[in-house]
Each structure stands twice: as structure tokens, then as C-alpha cells.
Ligand binder design. Structure first.
Ligand code: AVJ
Length: 324
């Protein structure tokens, strides 16, 4: 049996190329230049992101893992029903192992990831480690419509795992619409384990996106490397620098690529002009207060049941229950 199902939109390489070209040109010809953060995660970008998660300044990943491992007893108590665990953006499923190892009710695991290579590796390894869990990978962009595979095991509940504060990449209204679409896949009483990065002092936030080793800068600039590789262009990567800061009005970290000089570049025959200092906005990472998480849950038909956090209240792992 094939353990991965492919969503249509990424099965065709051509479509993928056309989408990339169209979206890049659309974003760079706007008044305020923009590249969707989803394009940061090609093979190299995903590797750089994995490195980011190990940086001393990037507290998120290790804090979330500590919160999960530190609350195992509690998680065991709360997940006693037989469960199908569905993960959005599973990557290497490192944090998920904490759940798979410790929550006895998990019968089925459905990792969903945009990268088929990453996914099939992960699925193979998980099948070896957890022979009693039915593992079925779904290769899809989970921000687009997708459907769940038929699961042989008939679990009593579904639990969606969405860690890593990826929810922060959405605009707040988009985050609500997204959670509503996830809610629609669930029945009343099903749950979601949501990782959210909290609002905190600006220095801590800005350091996490401006690391000393320059890995975040390389991650950001890698999207230019990708444009150079995949599109017809005379773009000079050295002519742009990494720029990241906390926008406290909007409550988000912004990541940009800043033009070091006045310049005109050509991409697929289209001329794009930059003033010195002008930026391409490449990512937003919204930070949430506890009250904002409450509101977000309620507006998307979930009830915030529990918030697990670390001693310094840097990060939250929230348990949401699908309401009527
Ligand atoms: C994967 C979206 C959660 O916003 O912190 C890390 C991506 N960007 N450093 C984040 C990221 C720059 C990360 N997320």
C-alpha cells in the first residue's frame, strides 16, 4: 500500500513552476513589494529553518518541546480516548514523537506536509518506530483545501496537532478562517493542540529573528537564490540585506529583504525597480497574548480548554475543543 497520498495541486511540476512565477511577479510589481513566506521553504530553506530551531536566540522550538515533555502526565489524562492524530506541516515530526511515545490512545497518525521527500522519509521512520500506529502521510499544502485519507482504524476522536507557532504566519483574520476550515473537518468534542508564540519584550523577539550566526539572514535571502535558480533573471543577491523587526502596532515580527542601492532588475522579462532602502516583505510572524488566543479560538468555533506554558511565559501550547 502506498503510504502517501498526493494532493492535485502539487503533483504537477509545471503547475508548481507557473504558480511560483506568477506569484513572484505579482508580488514584486506591487506598490509594496511582497513574497509569500511559503516560498521560503524549498529544500535549502527547510534545512536552514531546521538550523534556526537550534539557535540559542530562537527559544520557540525548544520551549515548545519542553512544555510538551513537561506535561506528559497531563496529556495522558486528557487523551484517553482512541485517537487519530493529524499534524499540519509535519516536517521531520520531531516534536510529534513526544506525543506518539507517550499517549497510549493514538491509533493512527496522519502527517500532512508540502514536501513529499521530507514526508516519505518521515513516514518510513515512524512506521519502524511505531509499528502499532497506522501512519498515512498526506502530501499537500494544508492552507489549500485538502481531504483526510480513509483511516482503517476507527478512532473515537480526532486530534489536530499544529505546533511551532505557524499560526503566526497568517494575518489575524486569515488565522480565524483557517481554524474554521480545520474545525469543519472535525466533530464536536474533537480537539486541537496549537502551539503559539506569545507577546513579550521586543529585545527577546528581535534577537530570535536576527541571530548572531546569520542563519535567519541566510534563510531569508535563500528565497532570492530560489528565484535565481527557477526564473530567468539578472538579480544580484549581494545587493539585498536581511531586515527584521518587531512591529508593535501590528503585534508581529516582520522579515524583509532590503535593497542596498537604487537598482532595476529583470525577472522573466519584467523590469522591477528598487529605491535604495526599499524592501520586499517576506514574512510576518504574529505574536499572541493569552486573551487574543481566547478570542481566536472562540471566533473559529473552538473552546480554549487549557493553556500549557513555560515558567517564563514565552510560548503556549493550547488545547482547543471543537464546539457546536
Ligand atoms: C515557522 C513560521 C513559526 O515565524 O518563527 C523563523 C519561521 N522565520 N525565523 C517563525 C521563521 C524566521 C517561523 N515559523
Amino acid at each position: 500500500m502506498n503510504s502517501i497520498t498526493y494532493a492535485k495541486q502539487i503533483a504537477h511540476h509545471n503547475t508548481e513552476f507557473e504558480t511560483f512565477k506568477t506569484e513572484i511577479l505579482k508580488g514584486l510589481t506591487r506598490e509594496r513589494k511582497y513574497i509569500s513566506s511559503k516560498f521560503l521553504y524549498d529544500k535549502k530553506g527547510s534545512q536552514l529553518f531546521e538550523k534556526i530551531t537550534e539557535l540559542p536566540e530562537y527559544y520557540q522550538t525548544r520551549t515548545e518541546a519542553t512544555i510538551l515533555s513537561g506535561n506528559i502526565e497531563w496529556l495522558k489524562d486528557s487523551f484517553q480516548k482512541t485517537t487519530a492524530l493529524i499534524e499540519l506541516g509535519s516536517g521531520s515530526s520531531t516534536k510529534t514523537r513526544i506525543l506518539l511515545e507517550n499517549i497510549p490512545g493514538i491509533q493512527a497518525y496522519v502527517p500532512i506536509d508540502i514536501s513529499p521527500e521530507m514526508l516519505s522519509n518521515t513516514v518510513d521512520q515512524l512506521k519502524k518506530s511505531f509499528p502499532n500506529i497506522q501512519v498515512t502521510g498526506v502530501s499537500a499544502d494544508y492552507t489549500e483545501a485538502f481531504s483526510l485519507p480513509d483511516l482503517d482504524a476507527d478512532a473515537e476522536q480526532k486530534v489536530v496537532f499544529f505546533p511551532g507557532s505557524t499560526i503566526g504566519n497568517f494575518e489575524p483574520e486569515e488565522a480565524i478562517r483557517f481554524l474554521q476550515s480545520i474545525r469543519a473537518l472535525l466533530g464536536t468534542g474533537d480537539r486541537m493542540i496549537l502551539g503559539v508564540d506569545r507577546k513579550k519584550d521586543i529585545d527577546t523577539l528581535e534577537a530570535a529573528y536576527n541571530d548572531q550566526a546569520g542563519i535567519t539572514a541566510a534563510f531569508n535571502k535563500n528565497v532570492l537564490t530560489r528565484i535565481k535558480r527557477e526564473l530567468e533573471t539578472d538579480l544580484d543577491i549581494q545587493a539585498f540585506s536581511h531586515y527584521s523587526f518587531y512591529n508593535s502596532t501590528a503585534g508581529r515580527i516582520e522579515m524583509h529583504l532590503r535593497s542596498k542601492k537604487d537598482q532595476t532588475i529583470s525577472i522573466e522579462g519584467e523590469s522591477i525597480t528598487f529605491k535604495k532602502g526599499e524592501t520586499i516583505h517576506t514574512e510576518n510572524s504574529y505574536k499572541y497574548s493569552e486573551a487574543e488566543i481566547e478570542t481566536l479560538s472562540r471566533k473559529s468555533s473552538f473552546t480554549l480548554m487549557t493553556t500549557l506554558s513555560d515558567a517564563d511565559r514565552q510560548f503556549s501550547v493550547c488545547i482547543l475543543e471543537a464546539s457546536d
